[in-house]
Design a protein around this ligand. Structure first.
Ligand SMILES: [Zn+2]
Length: 270
């Protein structure tokens, strides 16, 4: 059984001391593939160092809505240059984490500008996007249409089934993580129950979004197997099916591995 953590911030300082042992422990649990999304341009070199050091680590470059500051114009130019340098290299598989967040301290108009600039880059470099979305469904859907984004993932998706359909019909996957492990998360659990498996990829958002059993402690990709178990229970299928389908979905999304193409979604679902 192989599992893919499609969203873990292994470049964050909290992982510096134990990254090697953490990755070994993950592999023993079957979690052998990871995507580290970028949050700011100053972290790109660290992300690339980690990627070069460990098998199964893939990366994305991007400016997260919480890390936009007064240097955003310069940072966008740096991002463009880094994408141009590393485009086509095996480890760089997406543009992200980018998006819109109504709870960010950053001005929403500025967030939109930086997000749009990065969608343009995704189009230019033909990369799937890793999206961060809080309370911005419709604005985001409109922008995805305007920049003809065809592939990506809405990370930590917790919206309604109707909004899920909107994203899926645009070719996007939905990142599902620790939230479904909380018995109190009735709305999200019932939404996930109704999603087609072909649309789901697994993630932790480590060190954030702790599953219930970590009780607020820092999250790690070691949580993926138990998240997969929770998903298997919700869907009434085996954990090995969850692993196989979500791994293949992630490979298809990022254009890596020899993903067997997932079955086409039934048009009646959409
Ligand atoms: Zn994140």
């Amino acid at each position: 059984m192989r599992l893919f953590d499609t969203h873990c911030h292994l470049d964050f300082d909290i992982f510096d001391r134990n990254l090697e042992s953490l990755i070994s422990e993950c592999r023993l649990l079957g979690v052998d593939t990871f995507l580290i999304p970028g949050t700011r341009v100053s972290a790109i070199s660290k992300i690339l160092t980690i990627q070069a050091q460990y098998r199964g680590v893939y990366v994305a470059f991007g400016i997260h809505p919480f890390f936009i500051d007064e240097n955003s114009i310069d940072n966008l130019a740096v991002l463009d240059a880094e994408l141009s340098t590393h485009h086509g290299a095996e480890g760089l598989v997406a543009l992200g984490e980018i998006g819109l967040d109504k709870f960010s301290h950053v001005d929403y108009v500025l967030q939109k500008e930086v997000f749009e600039a990065q969608l343009r880059l995704a189009d230019v470099y033909d990369l799937p996007v890793v999206l961060h979305n809080r309370k911005s469904d419709q604005v985001m859907l409109d922008l995805l249409d305007r920049y003809s984004i065809r592939a990506g993932v809405v990370h930590a998706f917790s919206g309604s089934v109707e909004i899920a359909r909107e994203f899926i019909s645009r070719g996007l996957k939905l990142g599902i993580g620790g939230v479904i492990t909380w018995s109190s998360a009735h709305k999200v659990r019932s939404m996930v129950e109704q999603l087609p498996m072909e649309a789901i990829v697994l993630e932790t958002d480590s060190p954030d979004m702790s599953p219930q059993w970590l009780k607020g402690e820092a999250n790690t990709p070691k949580s993926v197997p138990r998240i997969a178990e929770n998903l298997a229970q919700l869907k009434g299928i085996s954990v090995s099916d969850v692993a196989e389908i979500t791994y293949s979905n992630a490979c298809e999304l990022f254009g890596i591995c020899d993903a067997q193409s997932s079955e086409k979604l039934g048009s009646d679902w959409l």
